[in-house]
Design a binder for this molecule. Structure first.
Ligand code: 4AD
Length: 453
């Protein structure tokens, strides 16, 4: 008999009612009464499981063993039976089982059990935690989020490009990259030091000077010694770059993207988002709807510093014009003051990267971070310095090795135009979308300081 997925059964319920089908999946729950057993089955095609009803009496085809305590969580089974409307929800389907076979046994020390297990414990078993409701929901949302990002950029005429993962430079200039070595070549495979990319931006800028609008979507590596709940050593970043676009133009794109992906995820993953709303952040769906439908806040860095100073709060890092905003400052601005996403614009030049457009005040750059409640920074964004002389002056002042940036400088010599871009951290966006508070719980196998399972 042809296999039917649970998704097919649920989405085309009316077609399947009364028909005999065969489905396979893993047992997510099993309960027995004297006359009836209930088995919840999931094959991954839907978030919610399918209920299998097993009438014990007079059902000679059911293998007796399945009803004698053999059945437990994690076992893989194939079930055939007749599709009926679910007893408790006429919109849903269930199966009256006629035959059940165990196709994959599951050892009794299976660590995923019905009772709620802590996320900390689940981090010790990344190969199995994906089977829990939390991670089934998470990876389904991660999938929808990824597609929503592509859909947004494709609909706006951006080209998806792939920038190198092995690079010769350090785009952010912060020296926080992992080195790449090939032992058989005495560490000199490329004839020059190589590292894993910390950002595809510099290469994306090259492409934008021909294709106009581009975006990357790929793995990014940072050897920051930041053992926090929002820093990963390997994460996925989306970087957009647009020619003929200034800081205000790119802020509009970033805002539209966030709204568009929130809307799409809410439509594509209603069950998963209801789950996160229920178990991780009460009011989550309502919050996201509000974000999608309302204006974001925008505040000048200088004004943000005033707001922080007047907050009456005692911060661990003293607030002074010129500081880079710390998590505690970002959280005050988003969680307590604005209570919604906020673009902080025009940061002091000295706390930001060398490539950002210098403002005419001589002190600040046309850069913005998008901060969101609960998470903090999810987007880093700027207009790029398009003027050759200005760029080189800053690079010299920072004692950068200009030879490493010849390609980048060439872009300012050959048809340089105003251009801007931003980077969105996929996992940070996922934290915001789900209410999951540790970035380690947004990846299949988290990579962070001291974390390599
Ligand atoms: O602010 P960042 O460092 O900006 C850049 O890399 C620019 N080149 C982007 C651009 O303009 N094209 O990083 C961008 C975003 C952050 O806002 C954050 O969401 C995420 O990347 N991010 C991290 N996510 C997880 N773990 C880390 N260690 C991260 N570092 C940055």
């Amino acid at each position: 008999m042809e296999q039917t997925t649970i998704e097919m059964l649920k989405s085309k319920k009316d077609f399947y009612i009364g028909k005999t089908v065969q489905v396979s999946g893993w047992v997510k729950n099993f309960r027995e009464s004297k006359t009836t057993s209930f088995l919840e089955l999931n094959d991954g095609s839907t978030f919610k499981p399918l209920q299998i009803v097993i009438q014990k009496e007079g059902n000679t085809k059911i293998n007796e063993a399945t009803l004698n305590g053999v059945m437990h969580l994690g076992i893989a089974v194939t079930v055939s039976g007749v599709v009926v409307s679910a007893y408790h929800n006429a919109d849903d389907a269930e199966i009256n089982a006629e035959k059940i076979s165990i196709i994959g046994n599951c050892a009794t020390d299976y660590p995923i059990q019905k009772k709620k297990t802590s996320l900390e414990f689940l981090r010790t078993i990344p190969h199995l935690r994906v089977r829990t409701n939390t991670f089934m929901a998470l990876f389904r949302v991660r999938n929808a989020l990824s597609m929503a990002i592509h859909n947004f950029f494709q609909s706006r005429g951006y080209f998806y490009i792939h920038t190198p993962l092995i690079t010769g430079g350090d785009a952010e200039g912060a020296g926080e990259s992992f080195q790449v070595i090939a032992p058989d070549f005495q560490g000199d495979f490329f004839g020059a030091p190589a590292s894993l990319t910390v950002s595809g931006q510099l290469e994306a800028e090259e492409a934008a000077m021909s294709l106009g609008r581009v975006y990357t979507f790929g793995p990014t590596f940072r050897a920051e010694n930041s053992n926090t709940t929002r820093h990963a050593a390997e994460f996925w970043m989306i970087e957009a770059e647009a020619a003929f676009t200034d800081i205000d133009g790119i802020i509009d794109v970033a805002r539209d993207m966030i709204k568009s992906i929130i809307r799409e995820v809410l439509v594509k993953c209603p069950d998963e988002m209801a789950f996160f709303d229920n178990f991780y952040e009460k009011g989550l769906v309502e919050k996201l709807r509000n974000v999608a439908d309302n204006a974001f806040a925008r505040v000048d860095y200088t004004e943000a510093i005033e707001i922080l100073k007047q907050s009456g709060k005692k911060f661990n890092y003293p607030v002074e014009w010129g500081i880079d905003l710390q998590t505690e400052h970002e959280r005050y601005l988003t969680d307590e003051y604005f209570k919604k996403p906020v673009f902080v614009v025009n940061y002091p030049r000295d706390v930001k990267a060398f490539y950002m457009k210098q403002n005419s005040d001589g002190k600040t750059v046309a850069a913005t971070d998008l901060l969101v409640p609960g998470v903090g920074e999810i987007i880093g964004c700027s207009e790029r310095e398009a003027d050759y002389d200005k760029l080189i002056t800053v690079m010299k002042a920072r004692k950068m090795n200009l030879d490493n940036y010849r390609n980048y400088l060439d872009l300012r010599r050959y048809g340089s135009v105003t251009h801007s871009g931003f980077g969105l951290g996929l996992e940070r966006m996922l934290m915001y979308l789900t209410g999951i508070s540790n970035i380690r719980d947004t990846q299949l196998h988290p990579r962070a300081v001291g974390e390599l399972r």
